[in-house]
Write a protein that binds this ligand. Sequence first.
Ligand SMILES: [Zn+2]
Length: 146
Amino acid sequence: MSVLEWEPARLGRTVDHGEARKALNRARRGLGVVDYTLAKRALLREFRTGLLSRLEVCDAHPELLRAARYLGTRASRPCPMCEKEELRLLAYVYGDGMERDNGRAFDLQEGLTVAAEREGICYVVEVCTDCSWNHLSEAFRARTAG
Ligand SMILES: [Zn+2]
């Protein structure tokens, strides 16, 4: 049996900026969180200093963009590349208990809930549907109850 420190059952189905932030904050309070902010900053720095082109950084696959449009939860901050409010958060869940749903895209709250229920890892990806910026944001791992 696995549990997360946060309580996915309490997450509402309504998705808005505040709900996304609350869901993530609740998840972050638990253990088993990997934050990819440093890697993201390094990438943005390489772009700003000319080491990487915009094409190399804003390279979201068409399938990823489509998933972000249909399933993505609007982020509470603008895109770090183009500054537009089109940044979406998307969840990909992996785990032994996922079977055919392994690696499937979910909306944020559903992904966090599914990862908790099926002992998986939920990767949160940020995708800009305007400029195609995309980066791993955070990963949440279900904890096994000891
Ligand atoms: Zn953008």
